[in-house]
Design a protein. Sequence first.
Length: 141
Amino acid sequence: MRQEINRYFMLLCMFLGADSWAGNLTISIEDLSTDQGYIAFQVFSSAEQYTGEAESTINVRATAEALSGSFIVSDLPEGYYGIRVMHDVNSNNQLDTNFVGMPNEPYGFSNDAKGNFGPPTWDDIKFQLNGDHHQTINLDL
């Protein structure tokens, strides 16, 4: 299953159509408490994508078992990127929250960024890709 997902990323990245290729982005997901449910993640290449004003560069949803550990997004163009991850443990296609809006399911961001009464900002999660790069996403509750 993991090989199929890595092939999917390679094909997806081939269609991004950039002139300048920087390298590979390795993403490791840490602190996965269970392999039940799904992992959904997005890779953004701009603040507009992150805030929902534009479509994200990559959207993936796969079983938690398939996305546990590390995987590679190949041949991304150079630039700034950010990552958002959600573990949909109960498979209901959303990040469950409590009565005040705090998440009840694990989530995380690139740079191990943390929000303050909301998600972190684009400046908090963005990183520069110029060659091969590794991001570890620590899932929090």
